[in-house]
Design a protein around this ligand. Sequence first.
Ligand code: NAD
Ligand code: ZN
Length: 342
Amino acid sequence: MKALLKTKREEGIWMGEVPMPEVGPNDVLIRVHKSAICGTDVHIYNWDEWAQKTIPVPMVVGHEYFGVIEKVGAEVEGYKPGDRVSGEGHITCGHCRNCRAGKRHLCRNTVGVGVNRTGSFAEYLSIPAFNVFKVPDNVPDDVASIFDPYGNAAHTALSFDMVGEDVLITGAGPIGIMAVAIAKHVGARNVVITDVNEYRLDLARKMGATVAVNPMKKNLTEVMKDLGMTEGFDVGLEMSGNRNAFESMLEAMHHGGRIALLGILPGDCAIDWSQVIFKGLILKGIYGREMFETWYKMAAMVQSGLDITPVITHHYGIDDFQKGFDAMRSGQSGKVILDWGV
Ligand code: NAD
Ligand code: ZN
């Protein structure tokens, strides 16, 4: 079958032929219809320090997709050929304490599809049936293909009560932009988002941000003043991984504010702890999606009218994958979807 591979320990990604994946008794074989490109795939493409340490070569990469079940293993129940599906990319061990407590997103033995094991930029993908998510009929294929990052946004945004709250999101990448729409959908009052990229700030406005601001041009104190906010933000979602953004968030939080951290801050990122301690802030790290509570909420929010489609800015056929990666690498994009033509 055809697949996008990392075949060389250098910048780039290449189309090649690989054998069909094996389907174990508890696995499901999925015919991939749509692949979306993740920021992680761009790190793998760029072959940065993290990728060099993490990615085995050669390997099929990719983990965001929509497809249809082709075949199920002998022991699989609840799925059948023809089912429309996406899947959770974190494969968990099932026997550690957290897994057994139903907190699979906290499994210390997590293995990532397209990161630690063969991925979904391929005609077919085999994954454990446990990881499969059946897509409701009224959720479009394109939207289902970005359930993985939409799940990062949902897991982060739904960590804290937002009804009537003032929310600050730092980083208007695809995930931050989707978090804007979720925050508005669940009833936040003001949703302010920051980014240094004007293209992405425009997208955030299309997704319903109250204010989308470039911190190089206007600071958060001025934004709060314009909005008549005298006390600070109640909920913060850190989605940039940038230390300056996180610092300005800490300063802009109200006493008792709650912050969910998704962006991967530098390991040595120092912060002003007096902001956390004297304001009594609550900080929560976020990894992946809750299995499968986040997935149910994602489908339900789409069914109850949440529209995340403005985040999808580019579509290409799979043979034009290079154009897709170029668009992602330019920073002038939201989500990029590659179509397998089935
Ligand atoms: P992205 O890199 O596309 O978006 C990050 C955005 O932050 C960019 O648009 C960038 O311009 C912006 N930014 C840079 N400096 C800034 C500043 N000073 N102030 C405000 N914004 C600034 O990433 P994404 O795919 O949207 O993901 C968001 C973050 O979440 C990334 O750090 C990613 O690595 C991380 N992530 C974490 C998990 C997890 O499980 N914890 C999963 C997926 C992604
Ligand atoms: Zn486990």
